[in-house]
Design a protein around this ligand. Structure first.
Ligand code: 4AD
Ligand code: MG
Length: 436
């Protein structure tokens, strides 16, 4: 048995390359209207939407009658001719000479009327079939590919970091514990520490996978499970790190603008900020960022971390992403390199997206001084014994090195112009969201 059809199976997005040919279309009915003599059937297959036009005289009576029974989300296989149609955004429509109905769908819960977010989130498994969600997922797909290409083309090796880990990388307040054969492990908050090891083995490496944080706050920027790509580079300092992050973001945005024009249109994305995403990104020292924020009316004091609001206010001052650097040591993770002449600051940086989106990248240069690092681990109340292997990296051929992590969902959210990260991943995990 095989399901290979007699006429070639063409995905919707490729139909314009087959004008005049008879092809097989497979997908789901989005919409169906009929004038009595002609059926207009909108079919979606995830790559796009095409209108199938079936006149009474184009097929036999039984087929025409069957076409009349199609409900929203029924699954079909249609054989027909691809015809030019200048009025449609796809540029083509299809005729119908034969129809196979795989399944006549029951009354579909997501209709044309407006639904609340809670309802849609509960039906996420179906919501993914709607136009906007499909556009977002296609942009996400492009971004993932652009990320991989950027590093692969620059001599980085992909080194997967483990998901089950014995140690906290990003602080102990957001750990997800897992029972591990009688002892406790945690879901990884970040693959960074392992990338530092692989960078000492391969010079430039990256990991790209799911990371987990028990975020107890409900915000539009936080998921409990999110995807992060983390490059780590030996012989890089904080300046090199910022330059690489800048080139990386530009590469991603450029690729989406090249590949997903129609999706961005579907999302009614204003392209100005995306098109402005070219180097150089303004570099703003933490000291200066505090001054700017205070002038703009924020109550933030030197030494504090930015709140979501501060990031919003600050980024609204610029037309493209900015890089804020040299955050205070007191608010950063234990591994951050202290600035030699101002140890109260770290050689750290965040890339903040414009239009109020805020932090999409966090990173910096890593501490290489063994004593300082041991002090920092103690100071953060972490268990030294699970970091011994990490300290070895400072004992055997230690070099200056730096890296960063880019949050995939925040990046998708910004590029698509979405209000909330929950729409940027197929099945979001949040404080109160585990199902579906
Ligand atoms: O700034 P963060 O915490 O940095 C690290 O984890 C470093 N170890 C990365 C490194 O240097 N290798 O997180 C990096 C990025 C953030 O800028 C943000 O985009 C994203 O991860 N992120 C989240 N995205 C969604 N939901 C959350 N709860 C997130 N927490 C961080
Ligand atoms: Mg951060």
């Amino acid at each position: 048995m095989t399901l290979v059809p007699e006429h070639p199976w063409i995905r919707v997005r490729d139909l314009p390359n087959h004008v005049g040919e008879t092809v097989t279309l497979r997908g789901w009915v989005r919409n169906h209207r009929s004038s009595g003599k002609i059926h207009f059937i909108e079919v979606r297959d995830g790559s796009g939407i095409v209108q199938v036009v079936c006149g009474k005289w184009d097929c036999d009576e039984e087929t025409f009658a069957q076409a009349g029974t199609l409900t929203q989300e029924s699954s079909v296989e249609i054989v027909g001719e691809v015809r030019e149609d200048k009025r449609s955004s796809l540029g083509v429509e299809m005729g119908l000479s034969s129809l196979k109905i795989y399944h006549l769908a029951e009354s579909y819960p997501i209709t044309k009327k407006e639904h609340g977010v809670a309802f849609l989130m509960d039906h996420r498994h179906l919501w993914l079939r709607s136009r906007r969600q499909q556009a977002v997922m296609r942009v996400r797909h492009t971004i993932v590919k652009a990320i991989r290409d950027f590093f692969d083309d620059r001599g980085y090796y992909l080194m997967d970091s483990p998901i089950l880990t014995p140690a906290a990388c990003e602080g102990t307040t957001t750990l997800f514990p897992v029972e591990y054969f009688g002892s406790e492990a945690y879901l990884s908050q970040s693959g960074q520490l392992y990338q530092e090891a692989t960078a000492m083995a391969f010079s430039k490496t990256y990991c790209f996978g799911p990371t987990f944080r028990a975020e107890k706050s409900k915000t539009r920027r936080h998921l409990t499970e999110f995807w992060m790509v983390e490059p780590e580079m030996a012989f890089f300092d904080i300046e090199d790190d910022m330059n690489e992050a800048e080139a990386f973001i530009c590469h991603i945005v450029e690729r989406v603008l090249e590949t997903n024009r129609s999706d961005l249109e579907e999302l009614e994305r204003d392209l100005t900020a995306l098109e402005a995403t070219t180097p150089p990104f303004p570099r703003v020292h933490y000291d200066e960022a505090i001054e700017i924020l205070q002038k703009l009316g924020s109550e933030i004091e030197w030494g504090s971390d930015f709140g979501g609001n501060d990031e919003t206010i600050l980024t609204q001052q610029y037309d493209r992403p900015i890089i804020v650097h040299h955050f205070p040591t007191a608010i950063k993770a234990f591994y951050m390199k202290q600035q030699p002449d101002r140890p109260e600051l770290t050689c750290s940086m965040d890339v903040l997206a414009p239009e109020g989106y805020g932090e999409i990248i966090g990173g910096g240069e890593r501490e290489t001084n063994l004593d300082t690092l041991q002090e920092a681990i103690k100071h953060h109340g972490l268990d030294m014994s699970v970091f011994e292997w990490y300290l070895d990296l400072r004992r055997y051929g230690s070099v200056p090195h730096a890296g960063f992590g880019l949050g995939l969902e925040r990046t998708v959210s910004w590029i698509c112009g979405l209000k909330h990260v929950r729409e940027t991943i197929p099945f979001p995990r949040m404080l109160e969201k585990m199902v579906p």
